[in-house]
Design a protein around this ligand. Structure first.
Ligand code: ADP
Ligand code: MG
Length: 231
């Protein structure tokens, strides 16, 4: 499905956001790497589906009622067999919070190569139009608010400066024995999201907020493993 089709489909269903799968398809339409994935409705479909993916895989709940999947017990990583996937789905389906929700199905996706987690976001300012944001994942964004913003469209130099503006920039470069995160891959992802002809500029009228949280950045690649768009 093309980017415009994804957005109009959500609109036609009266949705004000894109679910994770549609959000990742939108990212992929702009050249951003997302994990190979498929969806199942029940554990019964896992045996037929599992062989299409390269293990280990992740299982995630897909529900319009659950925004923070981990908090609801709706994410299980590192599953190595169809049996483990089925177990994970059955455990999720039996949990109280998930039982109370509308369930679209379960997303099964390949694990991204290990790396550092960053966040790339977007929002629309009534005066300046789309803004793009980058930050380090986890506590850096949530507790320390170590983020940097620019008005779109950004250039390659803007993207480089956004990274350098982060207080945690040295962590990305591999400080304290961490595996360095590919700077080139982050710059490239920022341009695909916030550059000229990028996702936010192209859909400035439709996208109110974008949240790639996290993007996992290894020494060679950046993979968007969670995506949410508010229309
Ligand atoms: P939520 O933010 O709704 O709790 P996520 O989809 O972000 O759920 O998954 C939670 C965490 O699980 C991520 O922050 C990441 O650390 C890990 N994770 C999720 N998907 C993958 C994946 N495909 N590969 C590796 N790690 C993943
Ligand atoms: Mg997330």
């Amino acid at each position: 499905m093309s980017a415009n089709e994804l957005i109009s489909k959500a609109r036609a269903q009266q949705r004000t956001s894109l679910d994770e799968q549609a959000g990742k398809s939108l990212l992929a339409a702009y050249g951003i790497t997302v994990p190979q994935s498929l969806t199942v409705k029940t554990a019964g479909e896992v045996d037929a589906a599992f062989g299409k993916l390269k293990p280990p895989v992740v299982v995630k709940i897909m529900s319009p009622d659950i925004l923070h999947k981990s908090d609801a017990g709706g994410v299980k990583v590192g599953l190595k067999s169809a049996a483990e996937v089925k177990d994970a789905i059955n455990t999720m389906a039996a949990s109280k919070q998930i039982k109370a929700a509308r369930i679209d199905g379960y997303l099964i996706e390949e694990m991204a190569p290990a790396g550092q987690e960053i966040v790339i976001g977007g929002l629309r300012d009534p005066y300046f139009g789309p803004l793009v944001m980058v930050g380090l994942g986890g506590i850096f964004v949530e507790v320390l608010r170590d983020v940097s913003f620019r008005i779109c469209p950004i250039t390659r130099i803007d993207a480089e400066e956004m990274i350098d503006d982060l207080k945690g920039a040295a962590i990305l470069a591999g400080a304290r024995g961490r595996q360095p995160a590919s700077r080139a891959a982050i710059v490239d992802a920022l341009l695909k999201v916030g550059g000229e002809g990028g996702l936010l500029m192209t859909h400035a009228e439709e996208i109110k907020e974008a949240d790639i949280n996290p993007m996992i950045v290894s020494e060679t690649a950046a993979v968007a493993v969670d995506a949410r768009f508010i229309l």
